[in-house]
Design a protein around this ligand. Structure first.
Ligand code: 5GP
Ligand code: MN
Length: 329
């Protein structure tokens, strides 16, 4: 498959690069890494995402190369593209309006991802769910093409690896993650700066929201299932944004007895975002997939077109089924 990707890069001149809605560190990091690589080959490339970056990655969105898709302005870039790279996601639905327009164009589609994907949906698909981040796959591609990396390519790839491995402690962290990171640091990446920009820009309101959410957190299934909700009313009460709950699900997981943590976030009266994490045993991807979501074994998500009140029993019901199978009530 890499061979086909290389051939497409060699034979094409105009590229569009995209990723999932609410692009995060790995989405933007792998996009920017690939973007600077294509630029270094003298190619034309544009990054088009259906929605702006997730809150703690807005600093990456300030890069002029990253555009939030505006069909009137950008549709022609898709129509004129020889190839579209789809990174860190392997389904059409989560590409939003960009995906809809790409499907109507003649561009070749190349998907590079590390999520679990069971179908062939794109012209060329390189999926490695053992990779710690999609950034790692972009690094592999560039090395394979015998091209030297530079500092511009290095920083976004470092951010991709840093954020998707939970600062290098998740089970997807491998020797090759660290080998790559060593090389990126040699190129001048500043880890303190990267960390500061992503993890040390919180508002006090976010911590006030954390307090409120944790006050209402629940433990079930003999303490192995932890869950909490974040609704707009609660966020308003402490003057926080609903997006400020990023990271809460990992905190719930870190409770000693917990294997599965779930955060329910009210997007709108009819839409609930669900984040699932597991520590060691439960495959939360199975739970997410059964309800139309996806992700990884230890980290998955679902968007449900249901109000919070209806989403909660639906998801908890599935989670409890998986505990029950193991004799946990
Ligand atoms: P998060 O909880 O941080 O939003 O997402 C955790 C993981 O699940 C990420 O790898 C993310 O890409 C994936 N994910 C979240 N929501 C969805 C969804 O609705 N569909 C799919 N396929 N994956 C999702
Ligand atoms: Mn990723």
């Amino acid at each position: 498959m890499w061979k086909q990707v290389k051939k497409i890069i060699q034979q094409s001149n105009r590229f569009v690069i995209t990723s999932h809605v609410g692009p995060d560190g790995d989405a933007l990091g792998s996009e920017l890494g690939l973007y600077y690589y294509l630029k270094s080959l003298g190619k034309e490339a544009t990054i088009l995402n259906a929605t702006p970056p997730a809150k703690n990655f807005t600093f990456m969105g300030k890069n002029r190369a990253v555009k939030t898709y505006n069909p009137k302005r950008d549709r022609k870039l898709i129509d004129q593209a020889d190839a579209v790279f789809i990174l860190d996601i392997s389904e059409w639905k989560r590409l939003g309006a960009v995906g809809e327009d790409v499907q109507q164009s003649n561009a070749k589609t190349v998907c590079i991802d590390h999520h679990i994907c069971l179908k062939q949906l794109f012209d060329v698909q390189v999926i490695d769910n053992k990779a710690g981040s999609t950034g790692e796959l972009i690094f592999r591609l560039i090395k394979d093409m015998k091209k030297k990396l530079n500092a511009k390519i290095a920083e976004p790839l470092y951010i991709a690896a840093l954020t998707d491995t939970g600062s290098f402690h998740y089970s997807n962290t491998s020797p090759s993650t660290h080998t790559m990171v060593a090389e990126l640091l040699e190129l001048g990446v500043n880890p303190l700066n990267c960390y500061n920009q992503i993890y040390e820009q919180h508002s006090l309101e976010r911590f006030r929201l954390l307090g409120q959410v944790m006050l209402n957190a629940q433990l079930e299934c003999q303490g192995q299932l932890a869950w909490a909700t974040v609704d707009k009313k609660l966020a308003r009460k402490v003057n926080a944004d609903i997006d400020d709950c990023e990271g809460f699900v990992e905190m719930l997981r870190s409770i000693q007895t917990v294997d599965v943590s779930v955060i329910f976030r009210e997007e709108s009266p009819q839409c609930t975002r669900v984040s699932l994490r597991s520590k060691k045993t439960t495959d939360v991807h199975k739970i997410a997939r059964s309800l139309g979501g996806g992700g990884h074994k230890r980290a998955s998500g679902i968007t449900l077109n249901l109000p919070l009140k209806k989403a909660i029993p639906k998801v908890l019901g599935e989670a409890k089924k998986s505990f029950k199978k193991r004799g946990v009530k």
